[in-house]
Design a protein around this ligand. Sequence first.
Ligand code: PBG
Length: 388
Amino acid sequence: MESDGLPGGVGIRPSPAVPTYGPSVEADIRLARLGRLAACPACPAGPTDHPGPRGPGSEVQLTMAFPADRPRRLRESAVMRDLMRETRVEPEDLVYPIFVVPGSGVKRPIASLAGQFHLSPDNAAALAKDFRAKGGRALILFGLPERKDETGSSGADPDGPVQAAIREIKSAAPDLLVATDVCLCEYTSHGHCGVLSPEGRVLNDPTLELLALQALSHARAGADLVAPSDMMDGRVQAIRQALDGSGFERVPVMSYSVKYASAFYGPFREAAQSAPRSGDRKGYQMDPANIREAFREAELDLEEGADIIMVKPAGPYLDVLREIRLMTKRPLAAYQVSGEFAMLNAAGSVGLIDYRAAALESLVGIKRAGADLILTYLAPEFLRWRAE
Ligand code: PBG
């Protein structure tokens, strides 16, 4: 009989009926049969990087996990499950995106996003007050301007819908945090997030000043936080410098640092009327296949002065969220985007899933993966469900 390589040449081999799992698991099975654990044959130098007490000379009595160990004990009653819960989503984790339009008295349902509206500043303020009264803590504003041009200049208009809504919301609900999305795509006639060269390339550096002016106009109107979503290189620094240069050093920047060129933005682009007229955003947003690049984006934004960084979308990128969580101790946000929300909604509305349960599960998953903040269209429903 061939030696099995165990110390002392014990000579027990798994029977052919026992499935094989690769060297270390197979060794565990054999050791378990022996009732003792010796050094792992795969890692003779020990300590090893797989679980279990091992190492040279160790002779540990092995406790067969089952029947002594039964994880179900801690799942049996609702109170026990409540006590054992590792992750909780709270109202202060959520940032609610809303869409602001010019005018007054406007409250138009957005066809692509169930339960969401185009709101004029007065109605945005009414919604904000109600949201705050129900326990909501933060909004992020997106604007649909009266007019669009090549350079998105209306984005920095002090009387634009976002700027007006900030003022009205801050007076209706002073302790609600008002964040703003900073980008050109809603304000440019071509729908790109930066200005274009004559050949139609998105020009990075000339865009920075326009973004900074827009961010500054939001801060001047009273925004508590600005959030650039354009993915131009250097924009965090440009915005930080513009804010600091005008006395807004206390206004934080939340950067959409790791933003993928995602198909899940579809419903938003209809809501914000911001789809590019030609081409796509792959020249500035990240390739969904990449994760190493995510570290680079996150690191650069932190170096440039971002106070909070973001991964977007959330659900299909939980691995990225996790990795960035492990990379930095700075606050981390995740955006559960329009397509994620719309899918939950569509599946729920035809009875394929339990909408509420699936929606809550999606939020807990994003938080568990590492998000401190979650931007989500589910925020008002979350508050309602909690109150029930
Ligand atoms: C603007 C912006 C987009 C989203 C947030 N800010 C769209 C895009 O990049 O095309 C998407 C949000 C969502 O889908 O809910 N650049």
